[in-house]
Write a new protein. Structure first.
Length: 56
């Protein structure tokens, strides 16, 4: 992901942590790789559903 986006590994790690902490993605290890998957909330927000209730 870092190479594809042209950013550092540290930057990707910080951004994915923020997304995980916000409940927008889940992360799991698959061998030597890491898989990030959008949660239902993340998919709703990506779809532009403005009626999604987000609690602080």
């Amino acid at each position: 992901m870092a190479a594809r986006l042209g950013v550092s590994l540290a930057a990707v790690s910080q951004h994915t942590k923020a997304l995980r902490d916000a409940g927008l993605i889940t992360t799991s290890r698959r061998g030597g790789s890491v898989l990030h998957v959008a949660t239902a909330l993340g998919r709703e927000l990506l779809a532009g559903n403005r009626s999604v209730a987000v609690c602080p």
